[in-house]
Structures are given as C-alpha cells and as structure tokens.
Design a protein around this ligand. Sequence first.
Ligand code: PLP
Length: 393
Amino acid sequence: MYNNTMIQLGNERSDIRELFEYGNARKKLVGSENVFDFSLGNPGVPAPLCVREETERLVREMPAVALHGYSSAPGLFEVREAVANYIRHAFGAEMKPDLVYMTCGASASLTIALNAILNKGDEVVVVAPFFPEYRVFVERAGGMLVVAPSDEKFHLDMQKLATCIGKNTKAVLLNSPNNPSGAVYAEEEIKALSALLEKKSAEKGEPILLLADEPYRELTYGAKVPYVMNFYEHSLVLYSFSKSLSLAGERIGYIAVSPKCAGAETLFSAVCGAGRALGYVCAPVLFQRVVATCLGKSSDVGEYKKNRDILYNALKEYGYECIPPEGAFYLFVKALEPEAKKFCERAKKHELLLVPSDSFGVTGYVRISYCVERSVIERSLPAFKALIEEYRK
Ligand code: PLP
C-alpha cells in the first residue's frame, strides 16, 4: 500500500542510530556516567565565538522576515557571493555566486548533487571505508554504488580505483578528511586521481565528475586538504558547516559547481531542479547569514586533537591496532576478532558503544567517535583495557 523501500529504510535504522538509541536506553538504566557512547559524530566542541556573536547581532538588528522568511530557492545572493569570494581567496579556485547552491547540510548537498547528475543505471564509485548513507543516497537517486577498496593505510589505491571506473561511471565520490578512517588524501593522490579520471573520461567519451564531500575540511591535525577544483575540472564540492562549526542541528551547507565543469550552467540548473524536486529549497535563512561571516573558521580543533591523542596513545599502549587519524574525529580500530559486530557486542558488556565497520564497506574494524567530552574518554580507558585483557585470556 505504501512505498516498500521507504518502509524498509524507516524500519532498518543504521547501525550508528541503532547504537545511539541503545545507548540512550542504557544510560537511563545504569546512569549516563557509566556508558561510554562513541556512536554518533555529534560535534562536542562548542561552535566558535563568531557564530554566537553573529547570531546575536543578526537577531538584534535584522527585521524578523529577513531572518525567518524565505530566501530565493538556491539561497540569498549575498551569501552565495560570500561563499564564492571565500573559495576564490582561500583556495585560488575560480568560482561565482551563480554556481553556489545553499543546502541543509552535507546530506542535502549529496542527495541534490546525486539526483542532479544520475540517470538510471549510472554508477558512482566510492572508496571504502565510506559514510554508510552514500549507499542510500546513490540508490535512491537511481544510481549504483561501486566500492573501491583503499590501501592498508586507508589511502587511495589507484590500481583498484582504475578497475572500478568504467563506461557506466558517472562520478567518483570522495570524502577527505575521511569518516570513519580519519585519512586525509594528499595532493599527490588527488593529482593521480585526476589523471586517472581524465584518462577514463577520454575512454568513455564524456567527463566523469568528481564529487568532494567535505564536512571535515577544517578539522585536521596538520595535514593539508587539497582543493579538488584546482586539480580536476569536472568537480563539485559538497560542503557542510555541521562539523567544522559544530552546527549539525542547524542544517546548513552548500554545493559549489566548478565553472570549469563541462556544461557548468546546465549542471547548476539540474542542481536547482533536484533541490526543487527533493524540497531542499531556501536553506535556513538565519544560518545562511551566520555562516557567511564565519567562512573558513572552525571549532577548536585543539580540543579534538587532545581527545585523539589520549585515546590513540592509550589504545596503542594496551595493544590495539589503529592508524593515527590525520583529520575528522574518528578512530578506526581493528576489532579483536574477525567479525566486528561480535566484537562490538562484547564491548557493550563493558559499556563501550563502538560502531562495527561493515556498513562502511570494510570488515573487521570499529569506529570510535572521539568528538565526545574529554571525561568520557578518560573514564572509558579502563574498559578498553579490560576488553583487550578479556580477549587475551
Ligand atoms: N558526509 C559525511 C562524510 C559525514 O560524516 C556526514 C555526517 O556525519 C555527512 C556527510 C552528513 O552531514 P550533515 O549532518 O551535514 O548532513
């Protein structure tokens, strides 16, 4: 009677959401201080001061309708102009406001872009491990997800990518800094990928697009995040302020289409059409205005770095295997038995809520979101120690 796929999607919560709900129930039962919930990537460091100051100023000085009324469908022109200016100055890439579309966060940036470009049967190549919602977003846009494995350090493996990109590939969707591995793809990798895409596009007779999903761009621990538009012409940047400015609940981000993309204006029309078809028009206006003055700023990355260091150093000392994250706020740790789900069940007995890696397209790992309060990390360490000792027995 109703749409079966949607019923299924609604009933089958993602592993991450499932664990989060379990955590909430468990906290009620045993007390929140006794549960170590590392499930969600909900930024725990407060938004930078500029967000509060600008929000307060706008609320004080602007008429209500300019804050809470509609904007034009792709966003306020002055905000799109500020984003375009920022892209030009910060990254030296060409950009104009007419190719910027304000969205309700990265999820909307992704679904709009995918619906704008995909025809039935088109393939989108992603690199594992990847954000699990990619599968839902690609398939609901009529496409097919093709998963390219990464190398042993979770960086790009050009040979594997080359075998995954073919005549049906419409786009490669890249996420760096990466959720869940924390990898930041280096300039040499982006250059090599661009060369590969140029070759594959020539073989296909049509440009293959590069979609860069960048909600963690500013959250790095020294690594530089190359701006894809400077390396590959047919690029779109899918941005969100959810993580960089700790504004996940405000639902604000943007899509920037490179002017060098083949048929950039037509592609932007398709973006507007997909935004319309999905009902993603006129992103929250108050926060369009706020982010326009906070471009390039971020929450205190130093706080995430401290969390990363405490957790990474302790886990290595206890004997866990993991690679130090270069960015984002996740630690990707090898499970202590082949099946990550079984390992997570045992971790739950120690009140450790870890996400199994299967839905990220990789087996045998768990993701730990360390964007939580420092005290949660500190209090959780004996539990991690007890868990590995239990496996050693
Ligand atoms: N893309 C990646 C890689 C993510 O990690 C997330 C959220 O965790 C999203 C997209 C969705 O972000 P948003 O909350 O801005 O929709």
